[in-house]
Design a protein around this ligand. Structure first.
Ligand code: NAP
Length: 389
């Protein structure tokens, strides 16, 4: 059997670590490259296990400290910075590039893999939120493909296989509702960082955990679904499903609802993204249907959780609004993680930044990343102003 090769961008994160567990258990896979940002000790441990010939890290300081942590006799090429991540994403002999970098930093590596017509196993939803308009046509031109790793999109990807767009009434993304499901705005005023980091169903990186608590994660996923599957925003619905057993659904025009069910375990969509269109034995626990007592569904509360509404609006508006939404969210979440702002201020800050934005037609990744940089700067200034009060 032929050996398949994967590159894991963001190997030291929650998705990256689980992807390596999957690869270890799948037959005939090896790792061609892996990356982290600054967490070089973890990357060194992982690299010692898998021995990929190439690694990438944030900068030369991280590279020299990585070298000191590698075992004697193992001397991989160490690439650095944004160009290093792009080079790693574009290795010629690689079958699947898993992009599990967090945030807008994932866009350029996604584009680099797409330019070579690769299979992109995409966890980095921000690539599509800010760059869907250029990433999707590029993939069509080069014959590349995205297999979504986000569990909702992975579910919809499987449900849509072999169907015509005219058969579909709606895509229905499920949302757990996060740790604050059912909270009023008044009770959200008192929540702490520790409360927000305590997600009921999923163990994830800190940024996406906070995005789940504000419902911005679902908002970003709505924009991701729009670009991935080519449906208008009117045909993308969100339903709160606290058990996270149904990962998403499609509604057909004849009234049939099709759903994908499984354990809330990211290793399942990660495995699928590697093996598609084939299947291999599960590396995770399977779902025992008889152990499920409740499957419940509710409308999302967009009054207490305005981030979802803001994301729908930004997606519909286009013209740079999704870039502003994403960049201001990244900066506001980071300020919340540093305890500089309160939970409710995250959405307030994003709304302010969206209101100040002047619509702009973005055709190139450099234009997108310039707007991303400007928005980060303005959001930081705004946070400095409100947190000084
Ligand atoms: N976690 C989940 O269950 C889940 C589910 C669905 C989708 N996703 C999506 O998957 C992506 C990764 O999420 P995660 O939870 O795995 O994040 P995470 O645990 O925070 O890991 C992020 C990874 O990206 C690296 N990184 C951080 N900043 C970077 C930068 N500026 N340039 C290059 N690399 C950078 C980190 O390296 P260091 O360790 O060195 O910082 C780490 O390897 C996100 O887009 C998220 O929305 C995650």
């Amino acid at each position: 059997m032929t050996i398949k090769k994967a590159t894991i961008l963001g190997a030291t994160g929650s998705i990256g670590i689980q992807a390596l567990e999957v690869i270890e258990k799948l037959e005939n896979w090896e790792i061609a490259g892996m990356s982290c940002f600054q967490n070089v000790e973890s990357l060194a441990d992982q690299a010692a296990r898998f021995r990929p010939p190439r690694l990438a890290v944030a900068d030369s300081a991280a590279a020299s400290s990585l070298k000191k942590n590698l075992p004697a006799g193992y001397q991989p090429d160490i690439l650095t910075g944004s160009a290093g991540y792009e080079e790693l994403a574009a290795l010629p002999d690689v079958d699947v590039v898993l992009n599990a970098i967090v945030g807008a930093a994932g866009l350029k590596p996604s584009l680099a893999a797409a330019r070579l017509g690769k299979r992109l196993a995409l966890a980095n939803k921000e690539s599509l939120v800010i760059g869907g308009r250029i990433l999707m046509p590029l993939l069509r031109d080069t014959g590349g493909e995205i297999i979504p790793v986000d569990s909702e999109h992975n579910a919809i990807f499987q449900l849509l296989e072999g169907r015509q767009q005219e058969e579909i009434e709606n895509l229905i993304l499920t949302a757990s509702g996060g740790p604050f499901r059912g909270y009023s705005t008044a009770s959200l005023e008192k929540v702490t960082l520790e409360d927000a980091l305590d997600h009921p169903n999923w163990d994830m990186g800190s940024k996406i955990t906070i995005d789940s608590a504000t419902l911005m994660n679902k908002g970003l996923e709505v924009i991701e679904a729009h670009w991935l599957f080519g449906f208008s925003y009117d045909k993308i619905k969100v339903v709160v499903h606290p058990q996270s057993i149904i990962h998403s659904l499609i509604e057909l025009i004849d009234g049939s609802l099709l759903a994908e069910l499984g354990q809330p375990d990211m290793k399942i969509p990660i495995q699928h993204a590697f093996t598609h269109p084939n299947r291999q034995n599960a590396v995770s626990d399977k779902l025992a249907l008889t152990e499920i007592t409740d499957l419940t569904f509710q409308e999302p509360d967009t009054e207490s959780f305005p981030a979802l509404k803001l994301a729908f609006q930004a997606g519909r508006q286009g013209q740079g609004y999704p870039v502003v939404l994403n960049a201001s969210n990244e900066v506001a979440v980071s300020a919340f993680l540093q305890k500089r702002i309160a939970f409710l201020e995250i959405s307030y800050i994003i709304e302010e930044m969206l209101e100040k934005h002047q619509p702009v037609d973005l055709k190139e990744s450099d234009e997108i990343l310039e707007l991303d940089r400007q928005t980060r700067r303005k959001t930081k200034e705004f946070i400095d102003k409100i947190s000084d009060k």
